[in-house]
Design a protein around this ligand. Structure first.
Ligand code: GDP
Ligand code: ADP
Length: 183
């Protein structure tokens, strides 16, 4: 087994970014038309792009995949995939189900697809703490159940509830050590 890319998938606020940062692997920074949240930096959290530019590049075949998620575009430009192929180091990326499926088609067994879930009530609390209002939380969690169901295609599912935090931390470290030592 030789993994090139770890993909994290799951509903809003289940803890994908938290787990990604604990994995400690270089991150693939994808593109979005969503405006940056407070504290997010262009080129670090996402490359923040105009919707029209993303659509134009998609039309030119320069995006490997692109998806509309709750009113915003998210996508992976071809250049990022070329970067992954050219590097020995394992990278990580956060994608929704559409992106994960496409990347799996391209990378086959070279991806490890980690599904992340949590209790809906935990996610609501986390989104509230992140400063989202009730309407925004409603939108972000409107596809919660379908997104959790879609995780059945993942290689591993981490149940990142508030109560499981320490367990998930420990598992994430095991995963990192196992993957990096095998690379
Ligand atoms: N297909 C695809 N999905 C992406 C990409 N980047 C991010 N996403 C997904 O977009 C969704 C929304 O991300 P974001 O707006 O950061 O909200 P959050 O999940 O609440 O932190 C998440 O489910 C991500 O998995 C991408 O390049 N391609
Ligand atoms: N197991 C956990 N228990 C409690 N809070 C958590 C847990 N995992 C993540 N969080 C917190 O939940 C919030 C959302 O996590 P984040 O990683 O940004 O989610 P996502 O990337 O899936 O939207 C953050 O404030 C994070 O610190």
């Amino acid at each position: 087994m030789s993994i090139s890319l770890v993909v994290l998938q799951g509903p809003s606020a289940v803890g994908k970014s938290t787990i990604q940062s604990r994995l400690g692997m270089p991150r693939v920074v994808t593109w979005t038309s969503r405006p940056p949240r407070e504290g997010e930096r262009d080129g670090v959290d996402y490359c923040f792009k105009e919707r029209a530019e993303m659509q134009r590049l998609y039309g030119l075949g320069q995006m490997v995949e692109m998806t509309e998620y709750h009113g915003n575009l998210y996508g992976t430009p071809l250049s990022l995939v070329e970067e992954i192929v050219g590097q020995a180091e394992i990278r990580s990326v956060i994608l929704d189900r559409v992106g994960a499926e496409k990347i799996r088609q391209l990378f086959g067994d070279r991806i490890l697809l980690i599904g992340v879930k949590a209790a809906r009530a935990d996610c609501e609390r986390r989104l509230e703490a992140r400063g989202h209002g009730a309407a925004e939380i409603g939108v972000r969690l409107s596809s919660f159940e379908e997104e959790v169901e879609a995780l059945s295609d993942c290689d591993i599912i981490l149940n990142n509830t508030d109560a499981n935090r320490d367990k998930v931390d420990a598992l994430t470290i095991c995963l990192r050590e196992g993957l990096v030592n095998r690379a």
